[in-house]
Every structure is written in C-alpha cells, then in structure tokens.
Design a protein. Sequence first.
Length: 354
Amino acid sequence: MKKKRGIALLITALMFVLCVTGCGTQKIETTKKETTEEKKLQIGLSFDSFVIERWLRDRDMFVSTAQGLGAEVNVQVAGGDVDEQISQIEYFIQKEMDVIVIIPIDGDALYDVVKEAKDKGIKVVCYDRMIANVDADLYITIDNEMVGTLMGEALVEACPDGGNIFAINGSPTDKNVEEVELGFRKALKGSKLKIVYTGYCDNWLAEMAATHVNKGLEVTDDIVGVMCGNDDLASQAVKVLAENRLAGQVALVAQDADLAACQRIVEGTQTMTVYKPIEQEASTAAILAVALGNGTDITSKDCEIPATETTDDGSGEIPYYKITPIAVTAENMDEVIVDGGFHSKEDVYLNVKE
C-alpha cells in the first residue's frame, strides 16, 4: 500500500515539474514573440481628414509600402479638427513612435506638439504641407508653385483675349496655398487676365467655394475664368456656374485629378486639372520615413531615394523632396490619367456619349 502511494506521489511530482517546465517554455516563447514585435519600426500617420478624395490613395500607398519594408503604421484621422489632430499626435508621442508623418490642418497650431515630439527624439515628416519652424526631418510634397503656374498657364491659353477671373483658393492656414497662389499670379503676369475676386475656403470646405463664386458674380458676371484651389472646390464652383448658365462657357482650372474633375473635363465643364503623382509621393515618403526610423542619412547617396534638396522652414534648412505635377486637359487625359492607371477609361468617360 505504501509502495503504491509512493508511486502515486512520484507521478504527481513529475506531472507538476512538466507543467512548470511547459508553462515556463510557453512564457519564454511568448516573451520572445513580444520582443520581436516590439522591434518593428513604428510609424504614426496623421491625416487632417479624408474629405479630399486623394488622401485615401495616399494612405493606402504609404501603408502598403511601409509594411512591405517591415514597419507598422498607425493611421489617425482628425476630421478637420485641429485639437483632435494635436491629441492624436500626443497619442503617438505617448506610444513612443519612431517616426510621425503629418498632413497638418494648421501647421502653426501644431508647433508645440510637434516640437515635443522632436525633443523626445521622434523623427518628424511633413507630408504635402509644411509645418514651419519645427526643424522637421523631411518635407515632401508636390512642387506647389508649379501647380499654380500650370493652372495660370492653362487659363492664359484658354482665354487669349483676356478678361476677368475669380481666384478661389484653399485654406488660408495651409502653407501650400501661398505657394500655389504665388505660381498662379506669376503665370498671369504679362497676360490680359485680371483677378476681380479672391476668396479662401477655410479647412478646404467645398461649400465655401460656392459661396465665393456667388459673391464674385455679385461683383461682376462678366468673367472668362475661375481658378479653384482643388477639384473638390471646383465641384461646387461649377454648380454655381451652371445655375448662372456659365458652365462650359467659363474656363475652370483646379488640381488633384479627382475622378469627378476628369469627367467634367471630358464633358467640357472644366478646362484642366493638375495631376499630382500621389502614389509616387506616398511611396517615397514611406521609404524615407522608414529610412529615418532606421537611422539612415536620407540626404546621402546610400539612401535608396535620397532627399538631395533643402528648403528653409523658418528654423533653417531641412531635407526637401519635391515631385513634379502634370497639367491634364481633354487632349492628354488618356495618356496621363487612363494609361497611367490613375482612373479607368470607363469611369472617366462614363457620362460621355459615343
């Protein structure tokens, strides 16, 4: 009896040892897994909103490129609310992100929180819009002055005899708006075009473009052209022009190559849009963000896509990467937009009868 009891106790002891050993092994394996995951590069991507069609494309391309390079991307969208964007960037800081990529609503309002991120050793990338005086590690954007130049040149070509035009710009807190406006006004020099009404659309609200066009028409309805800060604003501007029987009679230019804008161009109610290779911008930004997070000098030739230019953000020269935009009209729509795979031919010509 005692022998049987001794054997039972021995079996129980062995089972306990195996359990402890197994649990310990499982804990070690879990710890190893967690350690591996913790070593993944962490990137915070902060969008102002997804109101503008193109931002969804930027997000998808950036995330897929960064993930392909082994990084994890946490995407936050502020919905056009500056305080919300500040809160989301603070969250990124608390999560100890390696890199924070920001499309700012209001660069000036983000100054303090971005400086806090920089002070904590987090790399900061200004994406598409500048945040001044923060000594960002990279500013990547489309050549905004050229965007304005292309829009101005398109109006000059469409209205060779000159006349009155409206300039309906984007958000006054967006630094890009200044650059676009600069290029636009330069392109008009020496022409017979005259800006008789100028308006700005806070937070890029498209409805404000309709309000501004109506106000402009109260000044004069004798116009030959309208410049809109982007295609979303143009969508509202063309509605007002149509209500006043001016759609298709007045030249209308904008930027972003939104599908609706491309459709308006082939239909004849918009003259041109500026196509910005956003897939190139987003993938390049992702590659450079990962490089920054890994401690690579992105200005050196050793970097896969070096940022060889610099720009002054107010605090000094910072690495700068700019991408060349393309003017799109009915004449080159197929070549640039369709053949380039940005929109399908079926979608672009959806409302055009053969």
